[in-house]
Design a binder for this molecule. Sequence first.
Ligand code: NDP
Length: 330
Amino acid sequence: MYKPQDSRYEKMVYNNCGKSGLKLPAISLGLWHNFGDVDDFHTARLMVQTAFDLGITHFDLANNYGPSPGSAEKNFGKILKLDLKNYRDELVISTKAGYFMWQGPYGDGGTRKYLISSLDQSLRRLGLDYVDIFYHHRPDPTTPLEETMGALEDIVKAGKALYVGVSNYPPELTLQANEILHSSRVPFIIHQPKYNMFERSIENGLLDTLAKLGLGCIVFSPLAQGLLTDKYLTGIPKDSRAAKPYGFLKEEEVTSEKVSKAQKLNNLAQKRGQTLVQMALAWNLRRKEITSVLVGASKPSQIEDAVKCLENKDFSEQELKEIDAILLTQ
Ligand code: NDP
């Protein structure tokens, strides 16, 4: 029988999500990989327990996480029932809809039809009455934004989500979404974009927009799916995401250029007395616009590694320059 650590709130840092009152842990756990029905349930369960014991109160899902699609929600629902049913009010659980989920014209995109039925399915799989945050997962140019935002509004009114967010929206569309939701007082509080040392495009506009609107920002793939760890420094290990047939990171993305940069970054991290994982996460958190980094993991020790980034979060100007120089080399 799992009993959470009494010390679980001692070390984690909690940040307000934009101008809202909702606090998110600086490190959150994403269930995109390693929680599906192709994965080991015991390990998945241990990862959720480890995360909660370390003060990670936020777990991020989507309708399609698996494989098979939906199985991450089903497995997380099982873990909630087994281990965390008495702790629901200590958790922030999010899910999303926006990518392909089922056949035919109603299982993808941003229609009212899709979002409302998808969330109902997610709630059934999770065994919950509501999620804390529901996201539109990606823009859908074939559906009017008013329709998509109207669905988010009605989902909140129906009590099926407490807050709403968008993911992968460019700055201008985020502004428009905010205008629609703000005018009907919908608690739109968060954006979920990709951000890591190798992918910095949100520095060119989105982060400013979020700060201006008072929206929180939780960044996904902060470790570039594992490329910003020591995992690929000497080859592609058999048990890595790049080696797995259903992993989203492809072998050809593990380029010699990325590995060489990771090696240099790893040396710098060692000088700072931390792992590359810890330095990469601390580097993301240096931006005040960022509420939380959303890490993935395949074993509990990776979550322990990530959380230790909070022990050394500060960078000197010199270190930031060195990182930029490494990232800019060809
Ligand atoms: P990361 O960039 O954190 O990559 C996670 C992977 O890095 C792990 O699975 C593991 O790979 C490796 N790793 C993590 N810690 C360590 C460590 N200490 N040492 C060595 N390797 C390590 O994040 P993800 O790409 O997994 O994304 C995180 C979350 O973001 C997702 O679960 C999801 O919730 C969200 N997301 C949202 C998207 C959106 O469109 N909104 C898109 C993508 C993700 P390995 O398995 O090889 O061990």
